[in-house]
Design a protein around this ligand. Structure first.
Ligand SMILES: Cc1cc2nc3c(=O)[nH]c(=O)nc-3n(C[C@H](O)[C@H](O)[C@H](O)COP(=O)(O)OP(=O)(O)OC[C@H]3O[C@@H](n4cnc5c(N)ncnc54)[C@H](O)[C@@H]3O)c2cc1C
Length: 164
């Protein structure tokens, strides 16, 4: 996990709410992204692809309910095909497993979808990130205190004598 390589510079984490993951993290779409959309070779792509593996590993280790259901992307008209093809190529560049789907195969997975073709990235998953946050023991890994909930950061100041 990336947390293991974070330098121990942060001495405490403040959280203004009474619990963790009350905002974006706990209200997002709950997708464990594959990383397919990002430019191959970029840090974002690397983090997303490696993060997909480590998140699934974390869920398994902590018995967090999740599903690696895969994601299907489709071209609904002929003019969408080049975009779909470029995503297929991207998956290839990321060394992500990816499958081409004929319209009948898409129909088997999603009967209401009408398309001219599709691709499937099997590594995409779904999870509830509130449950992940509840188990995410980054604090122990970093040998830090747990975040102080109900603690709002009001002001930041600069001190030259402070030791980290
Ligand atoms: C609509 C939408 C859908 C998304 N879907 C997905 C998805 O499916 N999969 C995925 O991987 N990513 C998804 N994302 C992106 C992902 O949710 C965010 O990148 C991630 O949650 C950001 O985490 P964060 O810790 O930066 O922010 P947050 O989860 O918002 O955490 C910030 C925390 O800071 C606290 N805080 C704020 N101000 C103060 C203060 N003054 N003092 C103390 N504490 C404070 C807040 O209370 C909050 O708990 C989605 C984003 C959006 C907008």
């Amino acid at each position: 996990m990336y947390a293991k390589s974070i330098p121990r510079r942060v001495s405490s984490v403040l959280e203004k709410e009474q619990d963790l993951a009350q905002h974006q993290t706990g209200r997002n779409s709950g997708v464990i992204h594959s990383g397919i959309y990002y430019k191959p070779g970029s840090l974002r792509a690397r983090f997303a692809v490696e993060g997909n593996h480590s998140m699934i590993e974390f869920c398994r280790e902590h018995r967090i309910k999740h599903e690696v259901c895969g994601k299907v992307m489709v071209a609904t008209k002929e003019s969408d095909r080049p975009l779909l093809e470029s995503l297929f190529q991207r998956a290839f560049d990321h060394r992500l497993p990816v499958l081409r789907l004929a319209p009948e195969q898409v129909h088997e997975i999603a009967p209401h979808v009408r398309c001219v073709g599709g691709i499937k990235v099997p590594s995409t998953g779904i999870v509830n990130y509130r449950q992940v946050s509840a188990k995410y023991d980054i604090w122990r890994i970093l040998e830090m205190r747990k975040p102080a909930c109900r603690s709002r950061l009001e002001k930041l100041g600069k001190r030259t004598d402070a030791k980290l």
